[in-house]
Write a protein that binds this ligand. Structure first.
Ligand code: SF4
Length: 286
């Protein structure tokens, strides 16, 4: 099946928005071009999009998902394959959730939006003891609802707005606390093998996305309406990576490159490399 190919990259970079966008400076334009190229490259490298795909774009109202939606729309305008994008938001019934914001924004932009209403907030409040972080359970409940919606509505892919820095932070969280070499893949099959999750921002830096989002002036909905604290350990790791980058500019780029360049024979996982079967070549020269 044809997928989005490499020659799309330049096209995507030159994509002309079909709806009115805020005026952008030369620097903002360059940034947009870079992000579009990075999304195009990630989509190609991991064959994220195929002809006929119906993609459910999960929009939380945060900067990352707003940016992902725009960058995918730019890609779609110039793609040699046809695919459909539908924005989906989850109203988790947190107190103060501004339920009018996303529908109004999407209507203004002419982008189809579905809203899943599910009161995960009450469940999390009931189940998680006071003082404990609620994000783990909240995310699991949200993921379940999103997967169910995708299955019921015939979506072939689920697009999430995780970026390069999320992937690196997850790698270090697993390394330091889980004792595992594991990150967050750009493309993933769900555990029940019924859903393909894609992360088109996998090559994009959070700093660039934040600047892009500020230039686009998105109506951001904060993810702290529930009163939960951010995951403290993830915060620490974010600061650690930022410190390393300040001391040695480009270090996070190198670390991300390493995730794409793994040598199983130089690690110690017996399930990834046949250490038992290792034998010296016959050195007799005969
Ligand atoms: S901050 Fe609140 S809404 Fe966001 S993931 Fe955590 S518990 Fe859920």
């Amino acid at each position: 099946m044809p997928s989005v190919s490499a020659n799309l990259l330049l096209d995507a970079a030159d994509a002309t928005p079909t709806v009115a966008q805020p005026a952008t400076s030369g620097r903002a334009q360059k940034l947009a071009t870079r992000l579009r190229n990075q999304v195009g490259r990630a989509v190609c490298d991991y064959a994220m999009i195929e002809d006929g795909d119906r993609i459910m774009v999960c929009v939380s109202g945060g900067k990352d998902s707003f940016a992902m939606l725009d960058l995918l729309l730019a890609l779609k305008r110039n793609a040699p394959v046809r695919f459909e994008l539908v924005a989906v938001n989850m109203d988790q019934k947190q107190p103060g959730f501004p339920e009018h914001v996303l529908p109004a924004y999407m209507a203004k932009r002419g982008i189809p939006l579905s809203v899943i209403e599910q009161d995960t907030y009450s469940v999390v409040r009931r189940v998680v003891p006071d003082g404990k972080t609620t994000c783990g359970l909240c995310s699991r409940l949200r993921r379940g609802a999103l997967y169910r919606h995708a299955g019921e509505h015939g979506f072939t892919k689920i697009a999430l707005g995780h970026h390069r820095d999320d992937i690196l932070e997850t790698f270090f969280l697993n390394l330091f606390h889980g004792g595992r070499i594991k990150a967050m893949p750009p493309k993933l099959l769900s555990e029940d093998a019924r859903h393909v999750v894609i992360r088109p921002l996998a090559y994009c830096k959070e700093r660039d996305i934040a600047r892009y989002a500020a230039a686009r002036d998105y109506p951001i909905i904060p993810c702290n309406l529930c009163g939960s604290q951010d995951n403290l350990e993830r915060k620490r790791i974010k600061q650690m990576i930022a410190r390393w980058d300040a001391e040695s500019p480009g270090r996070s780029d190198v670390m991300f490159r390493a995730l794409k360049n793994v040598s199983p024979s130089q690690l110690a996982d017996r399930t990834l490399f046949d250490f038992e079967g290792l034998r010296a070549a016959d050195g007799s020269g005969d």
